[in-house]
Design a protein around this ligand. Sequence first.
Ligand code: B16
Ligand code: MG
Length: 217
Amino acid sequence: MSTHTTRFKAVIFDLDGVITDTARYHYLAWKRLADGIDTPFDEAFNEELKGIHRMGSLELILARAPRAFDADEKLALADAKNRHYQELVATMTPKDLLPGALEALEQVRAAGLRIGLASVSKNAFTVLDRLGIRDRFDDVVDAATVRRGKPDPEIFLTAAAHLGVAPADCLGVEDAAAGVASIKDAGMFAVGVGDPQVLARADRIIRSMEEFDLFAY
Ligand code: B16
Ligand code: MG
């Protein structure tokens, strides 16, 4: 049974796959790109791209392509993928919040904790605006300022520093294996949202954000 106390001082959320299902849009945009260059791409492979930044994801896809691409071609491909992704994001509304996500933000706010966002997506601010929830975060890390993406702990450590909270007092929420690794290597408690096998390093696993309960960790 949970009590209404928590040892944490801040909760740092991932965006894609935790707050909203932009993971689906990333998949669709990468899929169209991969099909265009005769490269195999499916949902299982897409799982490996979750939480990985744009150029890193492209490199993983191109490793399976039938030919090599030079630096200019790679930039053009990444640009094309991003334009398609942004077209998909432009259709988003507050209805695209994942079930339980808003309630989780409200629960953390009501408990008086600080709230951060740690997304490696350079489109995170746009997505938050489409969802109408940007002002619910005390800090949103600007992905353009992060040198090492997930699984490196830099982005979660940056969020904690911005919030003025020690990493050990932070709880991180992630849907991707790379993201859970980032949280754990930052010295934080990790709640994984999704498949227990994929998220084996998480301290606790929930199937969806509807199960999120700050007072149970
Ligand atoms: P962009 P997260 C990540 O966001 C996605 O999971 C990943 O699939 C994507 O490639 C990455 O953002 C970069 O996104 O192309 O918009 O800069 O999970 O860290 O919120
Ligand atoms: Mg994610």
